[in-house]
Design a protein around this ligand. Structure first.
Ligand code: NAD
Ligand code: ZN
Ligand code: ZN
Length: 346
């Protein structure tokens, strides 16, 4: 079968012929309906090198996956062949305190793991079939189309987790700033709109992304420049934003994120843009907390799928063939993808 593989660090992915996997005991063979193309893949492809992580190419990309159960390995119960499912991505040991709470994203034995997720260290979903090692990470989809569901497992789950930590601050009269309203940020705006009465301010360098954010609940849209922090201060009548979500995470956006924040506010860095911020008494609003977040828990993914089934959130999907995936990664890098590109192998 064809698969979109990372074959070497710092080289564009390639479509290669690989053997179709067979599910062993406890494993499930997934017929892939959709595999989302995440900006993190670009960081993985271009910024990683040998020795940085405990795994090496080649492996198939695609860590946002949904599809149908194709075959069950020995001993797997609770799933039916043909059933539509979404895959909870993060790999964990399954046994530590965090893992048993459903937070495999924060597994305490991460140092011992040899892969971060299917598609991030071991074969992922950019192929007609993929192997799922722990069947309990497959969640039933109900009426949701797997192509729609695939981006929810990361582009939906990651902002949901980041927003959930700050829900208590997002009361009537509050403001949330979303920096970078691409694949993740666009879903973030919808989640804020569905769950909170906060005024949402979207910031993005691309007008097309801002237009999508405006149609999904952002009241104000700003193209970043010298005066953006001042504009946010004015829009919040001098108070600053209660919650700032930075889906870019470079030096400039982190400075904007902190400058836009309010005392007691939350500044959450989700983007992996490699930026740093010098945190200190005089460099951030009083009692503001600055945090990074990584992906989300399996129960949060259940909640995200529930929101999508109820029509509260919806990924804007561009369908891409396996053959077109390498070029689509280049388009993603150039900022030419709106919403989420999803590889549809069939
Ligand atoms: P994307 O390319 O779909 O969207 C990024 C958006 O940011 C685009 O709309 C782009 O125009 C905008 N942007 C770029 N530079 C900007 C700037 N200086 N100011 C304002 N806007 C700017 O990417 P994505 O898939 O949504 O991922 C976003 C980031 O989140 C990436 O860094 C990705 O690696 C990271 N990510 C983190 C996690 C996590 O768990 N922490 C999970 C998934 C993705
Ligand atoms: Zn991702
Ligand atoms: Zn664990």
């Amino acid at each position: 079968m064809d698969a979109v593989q990372l074959t070497q660090w710092k080289h564009d992915p390639e479509v290669r012929d690989v053997p179709q996997p067979d599910p062993g005991p406890g494993e499930v063979l997934l017929k892939v309906g959709g595999a989302g193309m995440c900006h993190s893949d670009l960081h993985l492809i271009h910024d990683f090198e040998a020795g940085m992580v405990p795994f090496e190419p080649p492996f198939t990309l695609g860590h946002e996956n949904a599809g149908w159960v194709e075959a069950l390995g020995a001993g797997v119960s609770g799933l039916e062949v043909g059933q539509p499912v979404a895959l909870y991505g993060p790999t964990g040991c399954g046994r530590c305190h965090r893992c048993v709470q459903g937070m495999q994203n924060y597994c305490e034995r991460q140092a011992e793991l040899t892969s971060m997720a299917a598609g991030l260290g071991e074969d992922g979903g950019m192929a007609p079939y993929m192997l799922v090692r722990d069947s309990h990470r497959l969640l039933a989809l109900g009426d949701l189309d797997p192509v729609q569901a695939a981006p929810l497992t990361d582009a939906g789950l990651t902002p949901y987790h980041a927003i959930k930590r700050s829900l208590g601050l997002l009361v009537p009269g509050s403001t949330a700033v979303v920096i970078g309203v691409g694949g993740l940020g666009y879903m973030g705006v919808q989640i804020l709109d569905a769950l909170t009465p906060a005024t949402v301010i979207a910031v993005d360098t691309r007008r097309s992304a801002l237009d999508m954010a405006a149609s999904s609940g952002a009241l104000h849209t700003l193209v970043p420049g010298e005066s953006t922090a001042a504009e946010i201060t004015e829009l919040t009548r001098g108070k600053g934003a209660d919650v700032v979500l930075d889906f870019v995470g470079n030096e400039t956006t982190m400075q904007l994120a902190v400058a836009s924040g309010r005392p007691l506010g939350h500044i959450t860095i989700v983007g992996i843009g490699g930026g740093t911020y010098p945190f200190g008494f005089f460099s951030a609003p009083y009692e503001a907390s600055l945090a990074t977040t990584y992906w989300g828990s399996i129960s949060e993914l259940m909640e995200v799928l529930e929101m999508a089934e109820r029509g509260l959130i919806r990924a804007e999907v561009e369908r891409v063939s396996l053959a077109d995936a390498p070029e689509t990664y280049r388009r993603l890098a150039r900022g030419e993808v709106n919403g989420r590109a999803v590889v549809v192998p069939a």
